[in-house]
Design a binder for this molecule. Structure first.
Ligand code: DWN
Length: 416
C-alpha cells in the first residue's frame, strides 16, 4: 500500500475479503493521532490530522477505518505502556495462569505479537515457557529486554515469522492482545501465524468487540491505531482463508468489552459450544443491517451533546473539573467534543512518559496522578472509563471529601 501525503492512504479494498463495496458507519472528522502527546515547546505548532471515518464491508461485514496511517508514525515512538495500569497487569497475570492451565507451556515456545513492555511475557516466563516478544515500539521493546524478556523490535509479518521459526523453531502458542485491530495486512498476519504454529499450536488473541462498541456507544475507542472493529463473522473468514479455524471464544469486560479468540490449524480442534452460541447471537443481531450503524452514529452525536451539556452546567455552577487517565480513547473524546483547557484544568495519569506533555489537538497538560490528590478538582472526567470500578474504588477518599466522577458514555453521568 503506497502511503500518501503525511504517511496516510485511503482504503480501496476490504482488508479481509478484498472487495470494494463499503457502507459508511460514522465519521468523527479530522483528528490528531490519539497517542501523539505534544511537548510544551511544540504547543503552538500545527500537528497532522487525518480523517477518522469508519466504514463497513458489505461482503464480509468487517467494520474498519477508511484511512490507514503509516504504522511507523503510529507505533515506533509510542506512548502507551501496558504496565502503567494496575488492572492490565492483573488481567494478564490471570491470562498467564489460564493459558498455563489450558496448554502445556513449560519449555515450549510462546511468541507474543505486540508484547509492549512485557506485561504478559513476564508471568508466562515464570511458568517455564520459552517466551519471545515481537514489539515495534522502541521504548516498550527496550523496557521488556531490560527485564530479561527477549523482545525483537519489529512489526510482526511473514518475514519475522520465518526468522523466528528458523532461529527458535515452531511455537506452541502465539498470542496477540490488542494488536490484531492495529494491523493492516490481516491476511499476511494470519498466514504468518499459521506458518509459525506447530501442528497443535494455538493462536490466542484479544480484540475489542464490535457489539460492545455499538451497544455502549464506545465511539471514543475509534482512533487511527484501531484499523478494524471485529466481530466473529469476519474473523472466521480471515482465518479460514489462511487454512486455520476459530474454535473457541470468550467474552471479556476488559477495554470496554472484548473477545478472546482461539484459532488452530483447520481440522485440529472441534468448535466449542461458546463459539456456536456467540455466532448465533451475532446472527440474531443482524449486524449486516445498516440501520444498526445509522442508530449508532445518531447515538454518538447524542453522547457528545449530553457530555457538553453536563460540563457546561457544572462549570456554570462554579465547579473545577479535570480529566483522569490520559488514554488514547480520551483524546478521541476530547477532540470530538471540543473539550480543551478552558474546561479541564489538567489530565492526571500514571504513565511517566505522558506526564509533562500536552494532549494532542486539545493541548491540556498531562500531570502525575498525585496531582488529583494534592489539588483535587470538584469532578474528574473519566477518560479511562474502562477502569471506572478500579479507579472509583481506589479514590474512595476523594469521593468521601465530596469529589465526583463524570462517566462520559453512553450518556454523561455523575458518580456518585
Ligand atoms: O488498544 C490499545 C489499548 C489496549 O490501550 C492501544 N491502542 C492504546 C491503549 O488505549 P488507551 O490509551 O485508551 O488505554 P487505557 O489502558 O484505557 O489507558 C488508560 C490510561 O489511564 C493510561 O495512560 C494509564 C492511565 N491510568 C491512570 O492514570 N490511573 C490508568 C489507571 C487504571 C489508573 O488508575
Amino acid at each position: 500500500m503506497s502511503m500518501g501525503l503525511e504517511g496516510s492512504s485511503v482504503v480501496r479494498t476490504c482488508r479481509i475479503c478484498g472487495t470494494d463495496r463499503f457502507e459508511g458507519v460514522v465519521s468523527l472528522g479530522l483528528m490528531p493521532l490519539a497517542n501523539r502527546f505534544i511537548r510544551p515547546e511544540q504547543a503552538a505548532e500545527a500537528e497532522p490530522r487525518y480523517p477518522l471515518e469508519v466504514i463497513r464491508c458489505q461482503e464480509c461485514e468487517l467494520v474498519q477505518l477508511s484511512v490507514v496511517v503509516d504504522p511507523e508514525i503510529l507505533f515506533r515512538d509510542y506512548a502507551y505502556a501496558s504496565s502503567a495500569s494496575a488492572p492490565v497487569i492483573e488481567h494478564f497475570a490471570a491470562l498467564a495462569t489460564d493459558l498455563a492451565a489450558r496448554f502445556k507451556l513449560r519449555d515450549r515456545l510462546v511468541v507474543e505479537i505486540g508484547s509492549n513492555d512485557g506485561v504478559l511475557l513476564d508471568p508466562l516466563a515464570r511458568r517455564g515457557a520459552r517466551v519471545l516478544g515481537i514489539e515495534p515500539a522502541r521504548g516498550q521493546s527496550t523496557a521488556a529486554n531490560a527485564r530479561g524478556l527477549e523482545t525483537w523490535n519489529e512489526f510482526f509479518d511473514e518475514g519475522v515469522a520465518r526468522r523466528v521459526r528458523a532461529e527458535r523453531g515452531r511455537a506452541a502458542l502465539v498470542i496477540g492482545n490488542n494488536v490484531l485491530a492495529h494491523m493492516s495486512d490481516l491476511s499476511g498476519v494470519a498466514r504468518a501465524v499459521g506458518s509459525l504454529l506447530d501442528d497443535d499450536g494455538v493462536f490466542v488473541f484479544e480484540v475489542p468487540y464490535l457489539l460492545d462498541l455499538l451497544d455502549r456507544v464506545e465511539y471514543d475507542t475509534i482512533y487511527h491505531e484501531h484499523l478494524s472493529y471485529f466481530h466473529l463473522a469476519p474473523l472466521k473468514r480471515l482465518f479460514s482463508d489462511a487454512g486455520m479455524a476459530v474454535f473457541h471464544v470468550e467474552r471479556l469486560s476488559v477495554h470496554g468489552g472484548s473477545i478472546r479468540v482461539y484459532v488452530g490449524h483447520a481440522g485440529r480442534r472441534s468448535a466449542s459450544p461458546q463459539l456456536a452460541a456467540m455466532s448465533a447471537t451475532e446472527g440474531h443481531r443482524l449486524l449486516a443491517d445498516q440501520r444498526i450503524y445509522r442508530s449508532f452514529a445518531e447515538s454518538v452525536v447524542a453522547s457528545r451533546v449530553a457530555l457538553n451539556d453536563l460540563l457546561a452546567d457544572r462549570i456554570a455552577a462554579g465547579w473545577r473539573i479535570a480529566g483522569y487517565g490520559a488514554s488514547a480513547k480520551g483524546n478521541t473524546l476530547l477532540n470530538y467534543c471540543a473539550i480543551g483547557p478552558d474546561v479541564l484544568e489538567y489530565v492526571a495519569d500514571t504513565t511517566p512518559y505522558k506526564q509533562g506533555l500536552l494532549t494532542p489537538g486539545t493541548r491540556i497538560p498531562v500531570v502525575p496522578e498525585r496531582r488529583s490528590v494534592e489539588d483535587p478538582p470538584d469532578a474528574l472526567l473519566l477518560l479511562a472509563w474502562n477502569y471506572a470500578d478500579s479507579i472509583v474504588e481506589r479514590k474512595r477518599d476523594y469521593i468521601a471529601r465530596g469529589g465526583r466522577f463524570i462517566h462520559p458514555i453512553p450518556l454523561a453521568r455523575l458518580i456518585p
